[in-house]
Design a protein around this ligand. Structure first.
Ligand code: MSP
Length: 506
């Protein structure tokens, strides 16, 4: 079975921020989950290098395009490497093969008489890189997504893709495939966008305004609209139009933020229909991160969360964990360095890391650095083991974007149960008497073996720390395809070197 997961490709007009890191980390979690289930996975992420915004950003820095794009490309790549994204393909839309394929797609659609040339007067938002209708703007005439960027009045001759002939078909596709857009709130939002007749989509920009882009194959005075160019990455990454892309394309899932639902839910499917290509399998949509107190992040308020700063201060898994655990499906979620620190200390440190180091150190001291061999299991042991298998099996099932917070929450609830178990069983007291020594061994074995199962599950979310913990437990390689199997720690087997997994940070 195959799975092709894509993230948006990010504009390079600024440095990578937490929103970029978020979608790519979620894609990475999904990839690790599906690989654990035995799936063949391809993950693409990368940068969107064309368009007016990027062009102006290069000019502001006084840099040539190539030099600017190379610099930003490296910057994005190094942040994705830093946060542990196991991408298979890093997209750069300036790649020659991509540009040729974009032009090929345009020519195909042009040859079907679905592209028309006409004069257009309208309001343009540079932030969105698109023309806006009056009803798209705020009361004072600005773009609601980019209130600080003034919209501009533009009169231009351009090429337009006919959209309306495809609207009914797209609505039908959404009705026939309830899974096409997830979660439901965004499916409804998309249906709303398709409720009225669609205007033609402007797919070109005159070179007098924008030069950083793909030349229109049928008119050298124009470059391709940056969204037409960028969306096509999802096909060019898997070598479309060369043969062989089909099996990946049939299993393609796009992860996107809610602000880019329209390009992915309206423009892209219609481009594909116009070119005679099948639609992707799924659009998984997420909400946004905002600062503490629900305030939008901005440099002037000083509440911007910089992924590099978080990793330097707390480590990569503190960041990955927070992003996985605390994005709400239905509304924007809050993030700040303080919130990440609190979650790291309380969930990873106090509930999971401390338990492991307490029990492993106890074994080191009292059982000569070995995993004690268990005796007969009590009802309480069995109950805990059942909970472990239940919570961990959330990771031996297919995970979709919107499942991630609940599946990780289940591990936290389980860790709480394990802490209660160990406090109640009190192995340190059991150890004191010969009569209860075997019971002590059993409690420690059960705890260590349950922690091993949890860490195998967490390899999908915080792989660096999970691998470290599994090395401390000297655990055998996890089964593939992965399922939570108990009793894989060897009784009387050696433990590895014990170190603090999530050292406390003030
Ligand atoms: N280049 C286009 C995408 C083209 S995909 C064919 C673009 N780039 S972007 O850099 O502006 O944004 C990319 C993604 O970052 C979007 O999914 C957007 O939702 C996400 N985020 C930007 N800010 C965000 C938050 N504060 N929180 C979560 N995600 C956010 O649009």
């Amino acid at each position: 079975m195959k799975s092709y997961i894509t993230t948006p490709i990010y504009y390079v007009n600024g440095s990578p921020h937490i929103g970029h890191a978020f979608t790519s980390v979620m894609a990475d979690i999904l990839k690790r989950n599906r690989q654990a289930l035995g799936c063949d996975v391809m993950l693409s992420t990368g940068v969107d290098e064309h368009g007016q915004k990027n062009q102006e950003a290069a000019a502001e820095l006084g840099m040539g395009y190539q030099e600017f794009l190379d610099m930003r490309g490296k910057e994005f790549r190094s942040v994705f490497d830093l946060v542990g994204i196991s991408y298979d393909y890093f997209v750069r839309t300036s790649r020659e093969g991509h540009k040729q394929a974009v032009a090929g797609m345009e020519q195909t659609i042009f040859d079907k008489d679905l592209i028309v040339k006409k004069n257009y007067t309208g309001t343009y938002c540079k932030g969105c890189e698109e023309f806006k209708k009056e009803s798209d703007l705020t009361e004072d005439g600005q773009c609601p997504l980019h209130p600080t960027m003034q919209v501009e009045q533009t009169e231009e001759t351009n090429y337009f893709l006919k959209m309306e002939p495809f609207r009914e078909r797209l609505l039908q596709h959404i009705a026939d495939n309830p899974d096409f857009v997830q979660p439901e709130a965004f499916r409804n939002e998309l249906k709303q966008m398709l409720a009225e007749p669609l205007e033609d989509l402007c797919i070109s920009r005159p070179k007098s305004r924008v030069t950083l882009g793909v030349d229109l194959p049928f008119d050298p005075d124009f470059v391709t609209y940056v969204w037409f160019d960028a969306l096509t990455n999802y096909l060019t990454n898997i070598d479309w139009p060369e043969d062989g892309y089909q099996s990946w394309w049939a299993e393609c899932e796009h992860l996107i933020g809610k602000d880019i639902l329209k390009p992915h839910g309206v423009y892209w499917p219609i481009m594909l229909m116009a070119a005679g290509l099948p639609l992707p399998k799924k659009l998984s949509v997420h909400s946004h991160w905002v600062g503490a107190g629900g305030v939008k992040m901005s440099k002037s308020i000083g509440n911007v969360v910089d992924p590099i700063e978080v990793v330097e201060k707390l480590g990569v898994d503190a960041l990955r964990w927070y992003l996985a655990r605390h994005m709400r499906a239905d509304s924007d979620s809050q993030i700040s360095v303080e919130l990440i620190t609190q979650t790291y200390n309380s969930e990873l440190g106090n509930k999971i890391g401390n338990l492991l180091s307490r029990v492993a150190k106890f074994s080191n001291k009292n059982f000569g650095g070995k995993v004690p061999a268990p005796g007969p299991l009590s009802a309480e042991d069995e109950a805990l083991r059942k909970s472990v298998v239940e919570a961990a099996s959330g990771f031996s099932r297919w995970i979709d974007l919107q499942d991630i917070p609940a599946r990780t929450q289940a591990i936290v609830t389980l860790a709480e149960e394990m802490n209660e178990y160990i406090d109640k069983q009190a192995p340190w007291t059991l150890f004191k008497s010969e009569d209860t020594r075997e019971r002590c061994q059993t409690v420690i074995y059960v705890t260590l073996d349950c922690l091993r199962v949890i860490m195998e599950a967490l390899q999908q979310v915080i792989p660096g720390s999970a691998d470290k913990a599994l090395a401390m437990l000297n655990a055998p390689a996890a089964p593939r395809p992965w399922t939570p199997v108990l009793d894989r720690l060897e009784g009387n087997g050696d433990l590895g070197e014990i170190e603090s997994l999530f050292p406390r940070v003030q």
